[in-house]
Design a protein around this ligand. Structure first.
Ligand code: AOF
Ligand code: ZN
Length: 371
């Protein structure tokens, strides 16, 4: 690995990220082409799901094909080897007069998994794998998590006061975090496949869960409604939105009553949402099963903006991958609603984070950590 390789791969990773939110369930991919003289002659990314791959866009951006003689192609993910929405990128690259392909990481997708790299090597192209691998894995942590486990990557967002409360005794939780924090959450919404809330939060706050404070693509919206009893008038069901809200329930009886044998769907699905029936566990919706069903849709990442009950349940079931917690310079005093009720009694059960970061966002402090 040399310094130039790291530098060009770093650029490829940086541009790849512009596809965040738009390419899912595909990974974000960036590609940079550098001439034999060491000049950048092209670049491209995977911009939208279903559209051209990064390599194709990068090759198309090269002004003069003679420049490709002896060039090096930097790509953040192994070039694909399958016919999907587009022809295989490894074949596209193998036809070029390039010398070398530098790949950050293998594509774990079974239909690729090393075949793209092998194809290039079989066509006398030198391939180097692993340049900025960790960074590339981080960039596509949602994609990789979903590939590996079949369920979405789950981030729990919490906004709490300095004294550890998430809502006043009357349930009001608005305006705990500041304006900067709220804008940041909207930016996250545009990068996650879906935003999820529970039944209590939906009834209390009547949230929209849309991206408003920033520009960006709208996420899917998911609500856990175990009893399947949320009223139709809620914003999640009535507002103009490109996709219907996904409702997860374990109430088989109610679900069956709703089913229309003629139409093979639920009566309510016309106007309010798409209802999915999942397993029941101890009288509640089985959250592990709910995530499994979401993974099949596929939903690769979920930002949970829940209140105490759903947040605690997800933590209790070990279903949270990352926590983003805003700590606001405000206090609610005793008696308000505390963050969690996970039910830990011993130090041995303590939940400890890794890859911890603390940063200031406006007047708030933002904690991020992985389990
Ligand atoms: C690449 N370059 O830019 C991307 C790749 O449905 P398709 O045809 O778009 O294929 C999607 C799969 O291709 C995806 O699951 C992943 O394995 C790979 N993505 N590969 O060479 C790209 N986005
Ligand atoms: Zn491809």
């Amino acid at each position: 690995m040399n310094e130039a390789d790291t530098q060009w791969m770093s650029l490829a990773l940086e541009i790849a990220e512009r596809g965040a939110g738009y390419v899912s369930p595909n990974p974000m991919v960036g590609c940079v082409i550098v001439s034999a003289e060491g000049e950048k002659i092209g670049q491209g990314i995977h911009e939208r799901y279903g559209q051209a791959h990064a390599e194709k866009n990068a090759v198309d951006s090269v002004s003069n094909s003679e420049l490709l003689d002896g060039a090096t192609v930097y790509v953040t993910l192994e070039p694909c080897a399958h016919h999907g929405n587009t022809p295989p990128c490894c074949e596209l690259l193998a036809e070029l007069p390039i010398d070398r392909v530098v790949v950050a990481m293998e594509d774990p997708t079974p239909k690729v998994a090393g075949k793209g790299i092998q194809y290039l090597r079989n066509h006398n192209i030198e391939v180097e794998v692993g340049v900025l691998k960790e960074e590339a894995e981080k960039l596509n942590e949602f994609f990789l998590h979903h590939q590996r486990w079949g369920r979405p990557f789950v981030t729990l967002k919490i906004a709490q006061t300095l004294d550890g409360y998430i809502a006043a005794p009357d349930g009001d939780s608005e305006w705990i975090s500041g304006q900067h924090s709220r804008s940041l959450v909207h930016e996250w919404r545009s990068r996650y496949d879906a935003v999820m809330v529970g039944r209590n939060t939906t009834l209390l706050d009547n949230p929209r869960l849309t991206v408003r404070h920033v520009e960006g693509r709208q996420p899917k919206r998911i609500v856990i409604d175990g009893p399947l009893e949320l009223p139709d008038e809620l914003n999640l069901f009535t507002d103009q939105y490109e996709e219907k809200t996904i409702v997860l329930t374990h109430n088989q009886k109610k679900y069956r009553e709703e089913a229309d044998p003629m139409l093979n769907m639920l009566k309510s699905d016309y106007f309010r949402g798409t209802t999915l029936l999942v397993d029941e566990k101890d009288g509640h919706t089985d959250l592990g099963d709910a995530l499994k069903e979401l993974g099949k849709l596929p939903v690769t990442s979920v930002l949970v903006e829940a209140g105490q009950s759903l947040a605690s349940a997800l933590l209790r079931e070990n279903l949270v991958d990352k926590v983003e917690c805003f700590i606001a310079p405000k206090m609610l005093g005793g008696g308000a609603r505390s963050v969690l009720g996970v039910g830990i009694n011993h130090m041995s059960e303590i939940m400890e984070f890794r890859e911890v970061e603390w940063k200031q966002v406006g007047d708030d402090l933002l904690f991020s950590g992985y389990f």
